[in-house]
Design a protein around this ligand. Sequence first.
Ligand code: AMP
Length: 409
Amino acid sequence: MKFSDLELKPEILKALGEMGYEDLTPIQEKTFSPILSGRDLLARAETGSGKTAACGIPLVQMINPSVNAIQALILVPTRELALQYVEEIDKISKRTDVAPFAIFGGFSMEIQKAKLRDRVHILVATPGRLIDFLSHTTSIDLSCVRTLVLDEADEMLKMGFIEDIDFILSCLIHEHQTLFFAATMPDEIDRLIRLYLKEPVRMELNKKQLAPPSLIHHFQYTGARGRLNALIEYLKRETISQAIIFCNSRHHGEKLMRELEGKFKSIGYIHGGLEQSRRTSIFERFRRKEITFMVATDIAGRGLDFSHVSHVINYDYPRGLESYTHRTGRTGRMGRSGIAMTFVTDQELRVLKSLLKMNRIDPVWHGNIPNLQAITKHNGKRDDRKYFKKLPRNVSRDESYLMGSMRSL
Ligand code: AMP
């Protein structure tokens, strides 16, 4: 379906055209009418599906700009996601009088307060900062909010925001619609849904739709010591327009950054300990492609849109199945092709086996292919001496890819 088939305000349609949006993504098709008709919604959807615009477009359409009040409130777990959300809505509403704004920790409340007093129709907020405002100031009036959006609700839960969310939801006692987006639905989320949603329209993007279709999953088995050299070689030989290289801790990130700095130009490092202004400036440089290789801890993996990234590299193996999907979901979006490269050591073979099975991944192996059949449930280590198959000498790298993809689980 095309945006031009919808009865959108011409200013919105024009802006969408300028953004290069012509066809609705599946989630946008499914959510558009229920949101416009004021229904509550429960959508299980991943980032990369176009869910920001799925919310943003109908919200901008519904706002009455002549009423100077917050009419839509969007809660997101992180400041990066808040920025991304508000930027997308800013683009959609560029030709209208709708005023979006974001508040999050790490920035002066005074400046945010001034803007809030001036004119805001769509407010994007992280729960902590919103509560700061609600508890200590009178600059936020939520009494005209007609739509409340909770994005990445499961992530907010994991980050310990559940009481804040509960509090905010309980503050909105007047009639309004609630839109709930989450990638997973743990029990606590279920409780909130039962408590606060009225006969929601439920929708789920199935696994096939969740996985970006053009993402190819590459793996390289290395010993823990050989990993750094394997990464350096990979970065040198591969044609990479931009890559995010994930590490599991700040300490690992720093160490890796020191190793790579002398060898490659245009490297950046992003982690949770950086000042907000520094983080924003690094993200901006990455978006402007002034940084080619971005070393990152998981903070950058959550919900952010780096759709132009050609490679996501798991230098440290991600902790958990979900983390793999979150990290690698940063590439291969919206039909663009992307490569996820994961370095695997002995310790991770068991979890790797279940990752491949659960996510139905067809791995492309570089170099030695571990014999995953030899890995048992209780044992991440080798069962037999033929632990991995050595490639015959005369097999080229490309052929080794093919051999790898003939997986036997
Ligand atoms: P999201 O899941 O909201 O993070 O969106 C993922 C990417 O898809 C972003 O780069 C959006 O700009 C892009 N996008 C969203 N909707 C559309 C659309 N209808 N057509 C083309 N690109 C889109």
